[in-house]
Structure formats: C-alpha cells, structure tokens
Design a protein around this ligand. Sequence first.
Ligand SMILES: [Zn+2]
Ligand SMILES: [Zn+2]
Length: 222
Amino acid sequence: MGADSVITGIDVVRLPLNLPLRCRCGRVRGVASDISPSSGIRFVCYCKDCQAFARFLERPDVLDPGGGTDIFQMPPRRVKLTAGTDAVRCLRLSKGVLRWYTDCCRTPIGNTAAGPRFPVVALIHSFIDHEAVDHSRDEVLGPPICRIHERSAIGPLPPNAPTRASLGVFTRRASKILGWCLRGLGRPTPFFDDFTKAPLSAPRVLTRSERAVLYYTGGAVT
Ligand SMILES: [Zn+2]
Ligand SMILES: [Zn+2]
C-alpha cells in the first residue's frame, strides 16, 4: 500500500500548499503554510530522546520499526496553531530541546529549542494531517534526505530508511536556516510568547525513575 502511494500518475500535487495540522482527536489544530519539499528539511531521527518521547506518550506507533521519528524542520513563522492551544504541553528530556505534544490525545507535535531564538520548528509526522490534503508525505514534503543517530536504533532499519547524513546535508541545512532568518521567518513562533519569550506551557521535567522506564536498555544496538 505505502510503496505504491508515490505512483500517482494523473494526480498532480500543487505545491506549495497549506498543510493542515491536527492531533489525533482533533482538538488541537493548526496549519503549516507554503509547504513543499524545498520549504524544509525532512529526516528520520533514531535518537534515544525521540524514542523516549514516543514511549512517554504511549505512542510507539509514531516510530518506525527501528525506532525512528519522521521529522520535518521548517521555519516557525509558517506554523500556526488555530485551535486547542490550551491542550498543548511540553516535555524537556535533554537540555536545550522542548518536545511538544497534546494533552487531549497524546499526539506528538514537534520539537523546538528551549527558547524562541533558534528559528526552527521540527514538526513530527503524527501532527500533520496528510489525509486532509489527500497526498502522501513523500509527495508533499519530499522523501527524507537522511537519517541521524541510527546507532541508537532499537531494531533493523526499514528497507526504505534514508541514507546517512553527509557533510553536504549539514551545509544545506545550515544555509536553509540562515535563509529563514534573513527572510524574517524565524518568528513569531506559536510555541513561545513573542514578547515575554515564555513557552506556551511550562516544560515538564521527568523524575529519575520516570526516565528509567522510558529509556530503552534492552537492545544489543547501542
Ligand atoms: Zn487531541
Ligand atoms: Zn531524535
């Protein structure tokens, strides 16, 4: 089913498009504007924090079989939350990164830096409503350009896993982010108050025993 979805033939995707954002239950909604493969950077992250986040939310379905999270990094100004912002929460697993989710139905939204200055929102696929636009992730966002932290994978990577990140990918990402800054797309961000810089919701920090449950230690792959 999934592999065939890229063969669309007659069905033309008009890009860029405005992509609806939606939690599983529909209470938290938003829109990502001007989306096309060149409007962001899509990759798959196998890091332990991304995996722990999915486990914290009891949403292992968000991860691929290797424990990877499909992420689309884009400029904050193009992300708007239009409903249910009172149900938005965040978790801090490591210093410097806030992981946003919805309290209503435990849907991962995405990741940001700990403050509003770093001009990137990393949207997680679970918050993107691809059904609403009737086009696959690959059609709208382009295929993932790389994978990162695959040494922390919890199982064999899926056969369609993207290649390792090359130096070229990092340079491309850096120049894209610089471009977003120069074009004023770095702010405002829906996750922080533009004036006070306070996060939309106070970050939750886990206790040591809560963390111990979430971090996978059983695998041979480290
Ligand atoms: Zn919800
Ligand atoms: Zn990660």
